[in-house]
Design a protein. Structure first.
Length: 390
């Protein structure tokens, strides 16, 4: 089959690789009909996530049609399914509590040690996202093996276009969980750093949850326009002092909740970010945490901090004093996708949520390297790339 493989920093290639096969009874094989490039994929593209090896198949946002099942799968051949990027057994301590992205059984024993060393516990399995999370081949391919297929995939009725539901695999539930983690109350002011795909879905979700005002912060004009189209107010950080603007927009109190939808590769020419960028370039495990620092300083006393943005290493100059003295709450983590897919699919079918507004470019799988390059270098115009195999 054809699949996109990682070969090194800023080097991804579509190659012919072996077809996947059933390994365990609960497996299924999916023929991919649509897949997307995620902002998190750019962390792999930039080689700032450890544990990626040449030849690894990328991609964790995908859907398709079932072509083969193991005896323990509940799927049937021919069904259309969206597959969560989190691989979850459904039966461990964490899955039983709905914390599917913390699954204890999906990261194979031979790949657990690295994440235990970095994070204190083994991470769950994720599709196409390094050997820290199991080394599973991803979905930017013609076919994918889906472990625990009786737990993860959600069946999509025929007649619903792929593009309306594809983002159930990751960024829509991620934006929704980000807003949920912000514990939004009716009338709240919510500030969202980053108007990329996850930030835009967090804005949309926060407004659905009753936020009084949502403020999107970015510097790309098109992304800021998309945020305004959803109903947000916006701040272009190139032209405004963000903390002062947020105080003015919230009556001198600060936002009730803040969402960091940027993560470990924040932009900007602030001194802390420039120092972090230099450290990140020489590979010492440093995250560029400028946005998280700013969010902690901006949120009101007693406020809530939600962090869907991916962090993978270490950060210094952390405003721990602000966190403690202001009495803040922080919630973060990889998304428990399976917890949200049914509700969000229903909202899509009822017309409450639109996902297709994000898509700026549609390419074939063979053009994936071009898609990565442009999504990385031209983020104002390339807001979301959908790839079609075959």
């Amino acid at each position: 089959m054809r699949a996109l493989t990682w070969q090194g920093k800023h080097d991804v290639r579509v190659e012919t690789v072996p077809d996947p096969r059933i390994v365990n009874p609960r497996d299924a094989i999916i023929q991919v009909t649509a897949t997307a490039i995620c902002g998190s994929d750019l962390h792999l593209y930039d080689a700032v996530i450890p544990g990626v090896q040449p030849g690894d198949i990328l991609g964790h946002e995908f859907m398709g049609r079932v072509v083969e099942t193991g005896p323990g799968s509940t799927l049937k051949k021919g069904q259309r399914v969206v597959v969560p990027f989190t691989i979850s057994c459904g039966a461990c301590f964490f899955c039983a509590q709905g914390q599917f992205s913390a699954c204890d059984n999906s990261n194979p024993v031979e790949t657990q040690e690295a994440s235990e060393l970095l994070y204190g516990h083994a991470m769950s399995g994720l599709f196409g996202y390094s050997h820290l999370t199991g080394g599973y081949p991803g979905g930017q391919a013609e076919y994918v093996r889906v472990p625990f297929s009786d737990v993860g995939p959600i069946v999509i009725p025929d007649g619903i276009p792929d593009e309306q539901v594809l983002f159930l695999s990751d960024i829509l539930p991620t934006g929704w969980m980000a807003a949920e983690n912000a514990q939004i109350h009716p009338g709240d002011s919510v500030a969202v750093w980053g108007c990329g795909p996850v930030g835009l879905f967090a804005i949309q979700s926060a407004l659905l949850m009753g936020a009084g005002q949502v403020i999107g912060i970015d510097h790309h004009p098109n992304r800021l326009r998309l945020a305004r189209d959803l109903g947000a107010r916006t701040i272009d950080y190139r032209h405004s002092h963000v903390l002062e603007a947020l105080m003015e927009m919230t009556g001198g109190i600060g936002p009730d909740a803040v969402i960091d939808a940027v993560g470990m590769e924040s932009h900007g020419f602030s001194p802390d970010n420039l120092l972090d960028a230099a450290k990140q370039k020489i590979g010492i495990g440093a995250d560029r945490a400028h946005v998280l620092r700013m969010a902690l300083m901006a949120v009101r006393k007693g406020g809530r901090v939600s962090v869907p943005g991916v962090y993978g290493g270490f950060a210094d100059k952390f405003p721990l004093g602000a966190l403690m003295q202001k009495g803040l709450q922080i919630r973060t983590g990889q998304t428990h996708v399976q917890k949200y897919t049914s509700e969000l699919l229903q909202r899509i079918m009822e017309g409450q949520i639109d996902t297709t507004f994000l898509i700026s470019h549609r390419l074939s799988l063979e053009e994936a390297a071009e898609g990565y390059r442009n999504f990385h270098e031209n983020q104002n115009e390339w807001t979301k790339v959908v790839l079609t195999p075959g």
